[in-house]
Design a protein around this ligand. Structure first.
Ligand code: ZN
Ligand code: ZN
Length: 792
C-alpha cells in the first residue's frame, strides 16, 4: 500500500499564530485522512503530511481556501519529502528560534460565536465581559514579546480553571490555544470606582460599597449613563470617556471638561440596524463597520437622528462604530441608546492605559471609572475610515462615474496595526520617525513595513514617551535593530530630535522632505515598484518644512522613491503671527488679501478692529513674525474665514472642514464654474497665482450669491488648479500617473471634483488605500525613501 502514498512538507508564513491555525490544520488533515504533524515556530507554521496524492493536493488547496478568518497567509511553500509512515496526525510543541519573527495579529472584534455565548443565558460566559476565542479578542495589546504564548501576555497572572484549561488543550475546541481564554470563574473582572468629583446621590448611598458581581456593576454603569453621567471605561487599548450621545447636557459637560469645544466625537451604537436610524450606510460602509477590525466609520448623518448635534457640530458626517468587545456589547445593549466613546485623554495627550494612570489623569474628566484587571500592554486608539462618496451632485453615489467607493483610513490603529504594509521590494532594517501631528512611526525588514498604531500629536512629553516605548516594542516584536533612521526635514519636530539623538553614525541619518514622503507613501500604498519611474505628485496639506526653509503644502512634485523635483506650487503668502494665524483663520484672510491686492479688506465680517488690521499690516510689511507659506490647507482656512464660515479654529482643519460642509450643499444644486486663477512659468517652477481668485470672491461677497455656492465654486477652482498644473507638467515630462496625498485629500468634495477631471485628462490616479493621506502616513514614505537612498 505504501506505493500509493506520498509525503509533503509545507511551510507557511503570515499571521498564522494565535488565530486557530494549528487546530484548523489538524481538523483538515483528519478530514482528508492524512497523517503527520503541524508545528509552530517563531517564523511561521510547518506541516508534514502523508497520504494519497489526490488527498494531499486537496489538503494544500483547502489550506488556503478555508483558512480561519483571522489568518493571513503571506507565503506557502510545498516540497516533496521522504515517506516516514506516520500513523496519526499530531500537533507538536512550539519551538522558538533566535532571530526569527512572526507577524502578529491585531486585536479583533468579538466574533459571532462568542457573541452568541455572551447573550445566551444558559452559557457559562453569559454577559462575561472578557469572552474571547481563537477567532477574536485581544492580541497585540496584551503581548510583551514573541512567541505569542500566555506567559508573555498580560494574561499570565490568571490561572485557567479546569473547564477553560480543557478548552485550551482540545485541538477541536474553538479555544484551543486561545491565549486570553477566560471565564467568570478564572478570568479578569470589572468594578466601578467613583471619581473625586462624583456626588453620590443620598438616595443611592450603596454606590460607595459597590457589590463585586459583574452583573450588578453592568446594570449600575448603564443606569448612570442613562442619567447623564460621564464614565471612563477601560477597553482594549485604553480608556474611553463615554456618555449618552442623545443627551445634549451630558455631551456639553464632556466637551467642557475635556477642553474640546468642537472637534467631532465618535459614537458607539449597539447594532447595524440602530446605525441605520441615524446615518445612511452604503454597502462599502457596512462592510467596514461589520469587519473584524470594526473601525469608526464617518457616515452621512441623517437630519432625523436623535444623536445630539453637539457630538459633531456643523458636520454632515458622524463617526460611528459597533461594539467590538463583550463589555461594549453588554453595556450598549443595557443602555439602549448610542454612547459617545472618545479617547480617554485631555486634548492632545495619549490615551490613558493603566488603572492608576487613568485615576490620576482622568479624575477631573469622569464621574466614575469602569475598570478591569486585564492589563493593557500597548496603547491602541480606535481606527477611523471613510468612503469618499458624497450625497448628490458630482461624486455622488448616484453618479458612478465619479463616485469613489474605495475606503481610505484617516487613522490606522486598532484592528490594523501592527499588520504590515507589503513593500514592492526587499527592505533593510530601517526606522522612520514620522512627522509631528498624527504621528506614526514605521520599521521595515524583508518585504514588510510595520507601521505603528496612531501615536498622537508629538507635542508633549507624554506622547513622546508613548512614541519611544512603542518603538522599543516594535523593535523587540519584529526583531529589528535599525541601522538607518529617517526623519522629517523640520529641525524642531520632537521626532526629528529623537532621531538625531538615536543616531550613532551621521551617515545613517536620512532627512526626508515632508511632501516627498507623502507622495512616496501613496506610491508604496499602491504597490508602486522602485523601477516604475516617477509620477506627478500632488501633495496638499497644512504644513510641511520645505527645502528652502519655508512652509510648503500646495505642492506639485515630480517624484519617485529616489528623489523629487518641485515642479510647481501655490504662491507664497504670509502667515501673520505664525501659529496665531493658523488658530485664527481671519488673520490669514486679511494677510492673504493684503499681500495679493495691496489693500486691507474692509470687511466687518472678519471681525478684526482697526488696531489689529494695522498690526497685521506691519507684520507683513516688515516681515516680523510672518513666515511665508504655500500650503493648500491655509488657502482653505483663509477662504473659510473670508466667507464668514469659520474665523477662529479650535481644532486642526476646522475651518477647512466647515467650508467643505457648506460647499457640499451647493454641489447638489447645479453646475458650478471655477473662479479665475493664473499660472506663472518661473525659473524655479510653475506658481499658481491667487489674486484673481480672491478678487472674485470679494466681489461675490457683495453680490446675492449664497455662501454655500461661493464655497463650492472655490472647491471647483482648486480642482481646476490641480488639473491645469498636472496637464502642464505632463506636457513637459510625458508622465501620465498622478498620486494624490496630504491631509487636504480627506476632503470628499475635493476628491469628487478632482478625480473625474484628472481621469478625463487621461491620467491614472493613485489614492491612498491602506495608510492615511494625512501625516499618519508620512512614516511609510520616509521608510521607503530611506530604504532606496541607502542603497545608492
Ligand atoms: Zn470569538
Ligand atoms: Zn475559566
Amino acid at each position: 500500500m505504501m506505493r500509493d502514498l506520498a509525503s509533503k512538507k509545507i511551510s507557511i508564513r503570515g499571521v498564522v499564530q494565535g488565530v486557530g491555525f494549528r487546530p484548523f490544520v489538524y481538523r483538515l488533515a483528519h478530514e482528508h485522512g492524512l497523517t503527520g504533524w503541524v508545528l509552530n515556530h517563531s517564523g511561521g507554521v510547518d506541516i508534514q503530511v502523508e497520504g494519497p496524492p489526490a488527498a494531499l493536493a486537496a489538503f494544500v488547496h483547502d489550506l488556503q481556501a478555508q483558512a480561519p478568518p483571522l489568518a493571513r497567509i503571506e507565503g506557502l511553500d510545498v516540497a516533496g519529502a521522504l515517506l516516514v509512515g506516520y500513523e496519526t496526525f499530531e500537533i507538536r510543541h512550539s519551538v522558538a528560534e533566535e532571530g526569527r519573527y512572526q507577524l502578529i495579529s491585531p486585536d479583533i472584534a468579538t466574533c459571532s460565536d462568542c457573541l452568541r455565548e455572551l447573550l445566551d443565558p444558559a452559557d457559562r460566559r453569559h454577559r462575561y465581559p472578557f469572552t474571547n476565542c481563537t477567532n477574536c479578542g485581544p492580541r497585540f495589546t496584551i503581548i510583551a514579546d514573541i512567541p505569542y504564548d500566555r506567559p508573555l501576555t498580560t494574561m499570565r497572572h490568571f490561572v485557567m480553571c479546569p473547564q477553560c484549561q480543557a478548552e485550551y488543550d482540545d485541538p477541536l475546541d474553538r479555544r484551543f490555544h486561545a491565549q486570553p481564554n477566560a471565564c467568570p470563574a478564572c478570568g479578569p473582572h470589572i468594578w466601578l470606582v467613583p471619581s473625586s468629583r462624583f456626588q453620590v446621590p443620598s438616595s443611592n448611598r450603596k454606590l460607595e460599597t459597590l457589590k463585586p458581581e459583574t452583573d450588578d456593576i453592568l446594570t449600575q454603569a448603564s443606569r448612570l449613563l442613562q442619567r447623564g453621567a460621564i464614565l471612563a471605561i477601560k477597553g482594549l487599548g485604553g480608556f474611553h470617556l463615554a456618555c449618552d450621545a442623545t443627551n445634549e447636557a451630558a455631551v456639553r459637560t464632556l466637551r467642557g471638561r475635556k477642553g474640546r469645544p468642537a472637534k467631532p466625537l465618535a459614537v458607539m451604537m449597539a447594532t447595524l440596524d440602530e446605525v441605520r436610524q441615524h446615518c445612511s450606510v452604503s454597502e462599502e460602509e457596512e462592510r467596514l463597520l461589520t469587519s473584524p477590525q470594526c473601525p469608526i466609520v464617518l457616515l452621512p448623518w441623517k437630519p432625523e437622528s436623535t444623536v445630539s448635534r453637539l457630538v459633531a457640530p456643523r458636520n454632515n458626517y458622524l463617526g460611528v462604530m459597533l461594539p467590538y468587545t463583550p463589555l461594549h456589547h453588554v453595556l450598549l445593549q443595557d443602555v439602549a441608546r448610542p454612547l459617545v466613546m472618545t479617547s480617554g485623554n485631555l486634548s492632545e495627550e495619549p490615551i490613558a492605559r493603566d488603572n492608576d494612570e487613568a485615576l490620576r489623569r482622568l479624575g477631573h474628566l469622569a464621574d466614575l471609572f469602569l475598570m478591569h484587571n486585564r492589563d493593557i500592554y500597548a496603547r491602541y486608539d480606535d481606527s477611523v475610515w471613510f468612503v469618499p462618496c458624497i450625497a448628490g451632485g458630482e461624486g455622488s453615489v448616484r453618479n458612478p462615474q465619479s463616485a469613489i467607493r474605495n475606503p481610505q483610513p484617516i487613522r490606522r490603529s486598532r484592528g490594523y496595526a501592527p499588520f504590515p504594509v507589503k513593500l514592492p521590494f526587499k527592505a533593510r532594517q530601517i526606522l522612520a520617525c514620522g512627522a509631528e501631528l498624527k504621528n506614526t512611526f514605521c520599521v521595515t525588514r524583508d518585504e514588510y513595513a510595520f507601521l505603528s498604531q496612531h501615536i498622537g500629536d508629538l507635542e508633549n512629553l507624554e506622547t513622546l514617551e508613548h512614541f519611544e516605548t512603542t518603538i522599543e516594542l516594535y523593535k523587540r516584536l519584529f526583531r529589528i535593530e535599525p541601522q538607518i533612521i529617517a526623519y522629517d526635514l523640520h529641525p524642531d519636530y520632537l521626532s526629528t530630535r529623537y532621531a538625531q539623538s538615536a543616531i550613532r553614525n551621521p551617515q545613517s541619518a536620512i532627512p526626508v522632505q515632508h511632501h516627498h514622503a507623502h507622495i512616496a507613501a501613496c506610491l508604496a500604498d499602491n504597490g508602486w515598484s522602485s523601477d516604475d519611474g516617477p509620477v506627478i505628485g500632488v501633495a496638499w496639506d497644512g504644513t510641511g518644512y520645505g527645502t528652502d526653509g519655508r512652509i510648503w503644502g500646495g505642492e506639485f512634485l515630480v517624484a519617485d522613491y529616489h528623489g523629487f523635483r518641485r515642479a510647481g506650487h501655490l504662491e507664497y503668502l504670509p502667515l501673520p503671527g505664525g501659529e496665531a494665524a493658523i488658530r485664527n483663520p481671519y488673520r490669514l484672510a486679511i494677510g492673504y488679501i493684503y499681500a495679493l491686492t495691496g489693500r486691507l479688506p474692509s470687511l466687518p465680517s472678519l471681525g478684526a478692529g482697526e488696531e489689529e488690521l494695522r498690526i497685521i499690516q506691519q507684520q507683513i510689511d516688515q516681515g516680523i513674525n510672518c513666515p511665508l507659506t504655500s500650503a493648500g490647507g491655509r488657502l482653505f482656512d483663509a477662504v473659510s474665514a473670508l466667507l464668514g464660515v469659520r474665523l477662529r479654529a479650535t481644532y486642526e482643519a476646522q475651518a477647512a472642514i466647515e467650508l467643505e460642509m457648506m460647499a457640499q450643499i451647493a454641489n447638489r444644486k447645479s453646475q458650478i464654474v471655477s473662479y479665475p486663477f493664473d499660472i506663472d512659468e518661473g525659473q524655479a517652477g510653475k506658481v499658481i497665482r491667487l489674486r484673481g481668485l480672491f478678487e472674485a470672491l470679494m466681489a461675490d461677497l457683495w453680490s446675492e450669491m449664497s455662501v454655500d455656492e461661493m464655497a463650492c465654486r472655490f472647491h471647483v477652482t482648486v480642482a481646476e488648479m490641480m488639473r491645469a498644473m498636472c496637464q502642464r507638467i505632463a506636457g513637459e515630462t510625458g508622465l501620465r500617473t498622478v498620486a494624490l496625498s496630504g491631509g487636504c485629500f480627506q476632503n470628499r468634495l475635493l476628491l469628487a471634483l478632482v478625480l473625474p477631471r484628472l481621469r478625463e485628462a487621461g491620467f491614472r490616479v493613485l489614492l491612498h488605500r491602506q495608510v492615511p493621506c494625512n501625516d499618519g502616513g508620512i512614516s511609510l514614505g520616509q521608510a521607503v525613501i530611506a530604504n532606496l537612498q541607502s542603497f545608492s
